[in-house]
Write a new protein. Structure first.
Length: 134
């Protein structure tokens, strides 16, 4: 995990765009799904097998201590259908995969919340940012 700023852009409940800057520890995880398919060749000489592999990127982290105003923004963001982050200069659509905001205490001024985001799409291809021959 690394301690870093994580900025999430989201469409708020009034229809405008807001951002929430969350500083905390973040861990990046890549999840893979594979499906196996079997088919017949046109000439009927045998079966073919191929795989459909997909990658989904996930960010797991902790907000660190955030204020009650940020908690209100966080609750608004949890209900948003349009979320994105900027990664490597690219706008990436994401969705909140956390189903709850745990650890909220109305008595405390600062809160510490665990969050989880995942990409809103699955990759079936990968190209490294830095190619060895470039």
């Amino acid at each position: 995990p690394h301690y870093d700023a994580f900025v999430v852009y989201y469409r708020n409940s009034l229809g405008g765009w807001d951002s929430l800057r969350i500083i905390g520890e973040w861990n990046e995880v890549y999840n893979y799904t594979r499906k196996e398919f079997t088919g017949r060749e046109d000439e009927g000489k045998g079966n073919l097998q191929w795989y459909d592999s997909r990658e989904r990127r996930k960010w797991q982290g902790n907000t660190g201590h955030i204020s009650k105003a940020d908690i209100a923004s966080l609750r608004d963001m949890m209900l948003s259908r349009d979320l994105a982050i900027i990664s490597n200069g690219q706008w990436l659509p994401v969705r909140v995969s956390a189903e709850s905001l745990n650890g909220l205490d109305t008595r405390d001024t600062l809160q510490n919340v665990a969050l989880e985001f995942e990409s809103a799409y699955e990759n079936d291809l990968y190209t490294p940012d830095v190619l060895p021959w470039a």
